[in-house]
Each structure stands twice: as C-alpha cells, then as structure tokens.
Design a protein around this ligand. Structure first.
Ligand SMILES: *Cc1c(COP(=O)(O)O)cnc(C)c1O
Length: 498
C-alpha cells in the first residue's frame, strides 16, 4: 500500500493501492505517494539475479512489491524493453576506466533514460484506465526529454490523451521534432512563447483553475500526471540500479555482497531516489554520488543541509535536463528519513519562506546515503572531448558525473555512472566540445559532423526526424493554452463518437 509524504488530510483514503496512486498521483497537502514498506533483496536474490535477464529481474522485483497489477499486464509492460537496441541487454554497461562503468540507460525509442520508466508505465496506466472505463488527460510541460518520452509511450494508447507544452526555442531541434512530428490523434503538442518556467507555470495555473476542472468534469475526463512525482515511474527506476550491480557480478567486476558507488546526474531526483530505494532494499551501494550542473541547489542541500531558493534564478546550461531548482523527489527522501510531520514542515517552509534548513542530525542522516558535487559547462566539454578521443561518446549530462568520480569516490570500489541521454539529443554541444570551438551549429549539421568525425552512426529514429512532416506547428501565448486544449478535447471526442 501507498501512504503520503505530508500526512493525510482526512479527505483522501489513508492508504491506497499502487493503481490508485498512479492514476491519482497528487496526495494530501500537495504531498506525494510513497510505498508503506519496501521489499528486501539479499545476496541470495542477487546471486540468482546474476543468472537472469533484465526483464526477468524486473518482474521478480515487481512481484516483490506485491502491487495490484495482474501478472499478464506486468509481463506485457516489461516486454516493451524488447524494442530497445538490444532486447537481451536494454541497459548495457560499458567500462571506461579500470574502476568506472557507464550504465547506458538511453537505448530506448526516444534516446533518453526517461524511456526506462515511461515505456512500461504508459502501458500500465492505459490498461488501468481501460479497465475502469475512464478517460484520462495527462498534461506535461517539458524542457526537452520528458515530452518526447511521454508522447512516445502514450501514442495510440486507449483512454489516455496527452497535451504537452514546450517552450518554443527552449529545446534542441531533435527534441522539438520528436514531439511535433507525432501523428497519433490522442496527442497534442503546443509550443509557447516563453521559457520552461513559463510553460510549467501555465500548466500549474491550469491545474489550479476551477473552470478548467469543471469543464473536464463535464466531459468526464480525469487528470493524471506522468512526471516523476508519479510513483509508477519511480518503481521502474529502482530496477536498473539493481541490474547494474548484477551486470558487475556477471562481468566478475565485483564480489557478491561487496559495495559499489553509483553516480547520478540529477534534476528532479527521480533517478537518485530509485538508487536510494534500491540501497534501502539491500543493494550494497556504498554512497549515492549526486552530480549537478551550476544550478547546484542539490549540492548545497547535501553539503550544507540548506535548501535555499532565495536569490537564485535558473541558469541555462549545456545539460538542460538538470536545469531545475525545485527538485520534487527530494521530498520522498525527507519523508523516509524524518517522517510526514517534519516533511510537511520543511515543504511548507520552502513554499512560504523559499528555504528550509535541516538540523545537524538530519544532515548527518542525509549524508549517510548521499554526497554531491557540481560542475560547469567547461568541465563537461573537457570530459566529452577526453573520452571521445579515447573512443567513448558521452552526452553533456553524463559528463557532469566525472566530477563526482574524481572528487567524491573515496574508496577503491567499482563505480557505476548513470548515462541518461544519447549524444544525438545534444549534438551541437557535443560537436563544440569535440571541435573545441563555439560555432553555432544546427542539430543536423552537428549530428552529421560528429558522425563523420567519430565514425558513429546516427540512429534511424533520429535521422528520419528531419524528413517527417511537422504536424503540431502551433506556437501560442500562455493565455491561449486553455482554449487550445478544449479545442483538442472536442475534436478528439467528436472523432471517437463517430
Ligand atoms: C531527466 C533527465 C535527467 C534528470 O533526472 P532526474 O531523475 O529528474 O534527476 C538527467 N539527464 C537527462 C538526460 C534527463 O533527461
């Protein structure tokens, strides 16, 4: 069963099953759902796992969670990993130093690690909506990777419609085309004049608007969410951390039961939370090393115990998926360590005073599991160049992890770095790093340039994007979003009634 990070308001049920938590992800007082108990894995589990495939281990872990999803549905959801580059190894582990391994989480359909969770999650959510005979609308605001992965998983899925807002000019060409060339009639993509914050705020005010909710009610459409506040995503993000250890075992790079480090390029902290839960379940993680870019609010929290939004504004970097100041999943760690009352107090303080401060003891508890460091774009470019020269291509988000590897890894243990995107999604930055220049390339020029310079193939799902017709070409002002959404819902409702 699932409980709430800020306690219960008496309006909602006290405990809910998994299906309820993922269809209705917002909990009392603005909190989040978390599992009441985590299952345990021990060395026997890990030893057995070292003879199993990614999919088998995923199913084993889902069964341990004992969630209210039928076996057959879980199997079909997990079978989506078969569409990854290598069905037998959806998350290959590459060795780039004696003690450093890259967990490549981006081999899915949209070339970002978001697919790891969103692919099976989308299948399960649509299944639940069909079973209940309910229609759901998912609203998403994206700065780049969440949008394509959310749209891909829900394309042509029954009982779900998705509206995705993106800042015009705020994403890479590849990311924009991944969205605007979507053909599926249950998807609507709207560009807005403004930046990601504007898109996010527009979405928040829609969600808070009574007239918006009334209109949806009248049409019997319910709202859900597909960002990592939804536990349906987090559950799949626990598994690849466990699998990374299994892969080390398979390669004889760690002794069964001996610890390892993991490094995570973090934004909304979903990936890191997955590692934290895996550690709590019994995976021998020595420390979870958090990498940030110059939007280093997580580094500050983990090193000083203060989460402080005052005098901060979002800075643009070459690792845009980590450009974030309000990192939602930190709340789940606070709850796990300090309980609901304290979590509510801290989150209320963040809302009212724009900061909160952990006590010394609380900070020490946080540091039992996490350490953090940040790096800037110049550091990332150096690392991209250095490894490209040695024949390994990593994207700008992945490159932030090298700082943690160099500065935080205190013991001679194997270290797994989570690689969250393929280079193809951030080609201009990549090409600048490799050429050591700051020419403004288009995505297409940079993709072709890198492909030639490093003798790598551009995957077809990326290269064909440039020839596909753009279907969603509307760029609107924030004020027009509501009307656009109603227009879309009317159109799709009419089509379905025919
Ligand atoms: C989403 C994303 C991140 C941040 O992951 P969180 O789970 O939000 O911390 C990092 N890198 C890339 C490429 C991403 O798409």
């Amino acid at each position: 069963m699932f409980i709430e990070t800020r306690g219960n308001d008496g309006q909602r049920p006290n405990k809910v099953p998994f299906s309820f938590a993922i269809l209705n992800p917002s909990a009392s007082f603005g909190g989040l759902y978390v599992p009441e108990n985590l299952p345990k894995i021990d060395t026997t589990f890990l030893e057995k796992a070292s003879k199993k495939s990614y999919k088998e281990i995923t199913l084993d872990i889902l069964r341990l969670f004992n969630i209210d999803i039928e076996e057959e549905v879980m199997q079909k959801a997990v079978a989506l990993y078969d569409t990854f580059d290598d069905a037998s190894e959806p998350t290959p582990l590459s060795q780039i130093e004696e003690d450093l391994f890259v967990n490549e989480l981006y081999h899915g359909p949209t070339r970002a690690f978001k697919d790891m969770a969103l692919q099976p999650f989308g299948y399960i959510l649509s299944h639940l909506a069909q079973k209940l005979n309910e229609q759901y609308l998912i609203l998403a605001a994206t700065s780049g990777d969440t949008g394509p992965a959310t749209l891909d998983t829900f394309a042509n899925k029954p009982n779900i419609k998705v509206v995705c807002l993106y800042p015009d000019g705020g994403t890479s060409d590849v990311q924009r085309l991944q969205m605007t060339t979507q053909k599926s009639p249950n998807l609507k993509i709207i560009g807005i004049h403004g930046n990601f914050d504007d898109a996010q705020n527009a979405l928040k005010s829609l969600l808070a608007s009574p007239s918006f909710k009334e209109t949806l009610n009248a049409k019997e459409i319910k709202l859900s969410a597909a960002n990592s506040v939804n536990f349906g995503r987090i559950i799949f993000q626990i598994i690849y951390h466990i699998y990374a250890y299994v892969a080390l075992l398979k390669k004889d790079k760690v002794e069964l039961g001996k610890p390892f480090y993991t490094i995570i390029p973090s934004g909304n902290f979903g990936n890191a939370l997955g590692a934290y839960y895996a550690k709590k379940m019994g995976l021998p993680i020595e420390k979870i090393l958090i990498a940030s870019n110059i939007n280093n609010i997580l580094t500050d929290l983990i090193t000083t115990g203060v989460y402080d939004l005052r005098n901060r504004s979002l800075l643009q970097t070459t690792s845009p998926a980590m450009d974030i100041l309000i990192s939602s999943n930190v709340e789940r760690v606070l709850f796990d360590k300090f309980g609901a009352a304290r979590t509510k107090e801290l989150m209320d303080s963040l809302k009212e005073n724009k900061f909160y401060t952990l006590s010394k003891e609380e900070l020490a508890q946080l540091q039992e599991d996490f350490e953090a460091v940040y790096s800037d774009d110049a550091f990332g470019k150096e690392q991209i160049k250095h490894y490209a020269d040695q024949g390994y291509i990593m994207d700008p988000h992945t490159a932030t992890c090298l700082k943690a590897y160099k500065e935080l890894k205190a013991k001679p243990l194997p270290c797994v770095l989570c690689s969250t995107a393929e280079w193809t999604k951030f080609a201009p930055t990549m090409f600048n790093a490799i050429q050591q220049n700051s020419v403004k390339y288009s995505d297409k020029e940079a993709l072709e340039g890198i492909s030639k310079a490093l003798h790598v193939k551009i995957p077809e799902c990326i290269s064909t994007l440039f020839n596909e017709p753009v279907i969603h070409n509307k760029i609107v002002e924030k004020e027009s979003i509501e009307a656009e959404i109603f227009d879309f819902l009317n159109l799709t409702c009419k089509k379905e009634c025919q």
